[in-house]
Design a protein around this ligand. Structure first.
Ligand code: ASP
Length: 417
């Protein structure tokens, strides 16, 4: 019997995962079937994420250094770099604006009171994260011994080292030809391994979704329904309308074409809630299904996975307004402007791992004098909201690489040597 395509298998895995998760949620955590079911899904889900993380760091090192080397050779580095950064910043600004407009209009949290959440806030102490300290830490973490960075799975530091390595390879020209060939071959090898890991994706995604849906706190979701609706609505608006529109305006590619090519990566992002863990699959979809040149995808995607986070930026701003309503503070225009910029910095500084946005959100709340402890209220529903914002984060990276390719197409069409 012929198996359905991987795409169909992944869709099946997603549907089954949600359905079984809902069933488990209904049965309750103490049921024996649920216990063994969750144990098995835990094993499979963790295995899938472990495999992705295993290949992530070698992939980032090779793809960025090879990408930079190829781009610099064709003198396109500058254009790619500038257009990628412009794209990242502009789309994050749009996402935050959407959150602020929706937050001001719908005012989620205004009918609720802090005291309703006393239980959640007990035993929770938010770690202080003042902006100057955050900035100093961020800067300090950029350049570290590459072997330490590789061993510690430090994506941002590996990105920085790979950038320098790529530039050095071009500067050295013929002298470093062998190192370059080695890295190029290593990139091919890692992509082949990604292809194998992908075969596990339907099961991995199913297992992760079973665990996620089964563990949802329905009562808390009900209390925070309005906030959840505003965040989900604006995130969907950004992901389904704004980003596809930008894609269409720049490249004339239809949203249907994009979503069909991107769906494996988007579903993986949804299930894993980690842009970094999804990166190997994002690279594969973008180069193979969306036909972005490896040197552009190899540069834009790893960088995007660490700094370009539309969904996170949107969420940070929406949550700040929610907390303000909750404590009964009306944020002035200037304060909202502060939220606007700090939310962007907080999203850029958040690593692509589950719930990272919640950690950097402390900074956003503190910047306008809101109580950081209020985060405890959002923690129980964060895993659920993280699914969608991570999906939009990854979508933003993929749309970004297509737009950047279009903007640099003139030079990109020159044959590679
Ligand atoms: N989980 C998100 C990501 O990996 C980051 C966040 O928590 O917002 O993209």
């Amino acid at each position: 019997m012929k198996l359905p395509s991987l795409n169909i298998q992944i869709l099946l895995g997603t549907t089954l995962g949600v359905a079984i998760g809902l069933y488990f949620n209904e049965l309750g955590a103490d049921h024996t079937v649920v216990k063994s079911g969750l144990y098995a899904s835990g094993l499979v889900g963790t295995l899938f994420i472990d495999l992705l993380k295993m290949i992530l760091i070698p992939l980032v090192l090779c793809s960025i250094s090879v990408g930079i080397a190829n781009l610099r050779q064709h003198q396109q580095m500058h254009r790619v770099w500038v257009s990628a950064m412009l794209f990242f910043v502009t789309t994050m600004m749009i996402a935050i604006s959407l959150a602020l407009i929706a937050g001001n209009y719908f005012k989620p949290g205004s009918g609720l009171q802090m005291t309703m959440f006393e239980n959640a806030m007990q035993n929770f102490e938010a770690k202080q994260l003042p902006l100057p300290e955050f900035f100093a830490q961020f800067l300090h973490g950029l350049f570290i011994n590459p072997f330490t960075a590789l061993a510690q799975n430090n994506v941002l530091a590996v990105v920085m080292f790979a950038l320098i390595l790529g530039i050095t390879l071009v500067m050295g020209g013929e002298r470093f030809k062998q190192t370059r060939t080695l890295l190029e071959e290593a990139l091919d090898v890692t992509m082949l391994i990604v292809g194998w890991i992908m075969r596990l994706a339907p099961f991995g995604i199913m297992a992760l979704l079973i665990k996620l849906v089964a563990a949802q706190d329905v009562v808390m979701l009900g209390i925070l329904a309005k906030f959840v609706a505003v965040v989900v609505g604006t995130t969907l608006l950004h992901g389904m309308v704004v980003l596809p529109l930008i894609l269409y305006l720049f490249t004339r590619k239809s949203p249907l074409w994009f979503f069909r090519g991107a769906r494996e990566a988007l579903l993986t992002a949804f299930a894993t809630s980690s842009s970094a863990a999804t990166l190997p699959i994002t690279m594969r979809c973008t180069t193979q299904h969306l036909h972005v040149k490896p040197e552009i995808a190899g540069f834009v995607l790893p960088l995007g996975a660490t700094v370009n986070m539309d969904g996170t930026a949107l969420y940070e701003a929406a949550a700040a307004l929610f907390v303000a309503n909750l404590v009964g503070i009306e944020l002035s225009f200037v304060q909202q402007l502060v939220v606007f910029f700090i939310a962007m910095i907080a999203a850029m500084g958040a690593p692509g791992i589950p719930s990272a946005g919640m950690v950097t959100m402390v900074m956003v709340l503190q910047s306008v004098g809101l109580p950081a402890e209020a985060i405890a209220i959002l923690l129980p529903i964060d895993r659920l909201l993280d699914t969608l914002r991570t999906t939009v984060n990854v979508e933003g990276d993929m749309v970004g690489s297509l737009v950047v390719q279009k903007l640099t197409l003139h030079n990109a069409n020159k044959p590679a040597n």
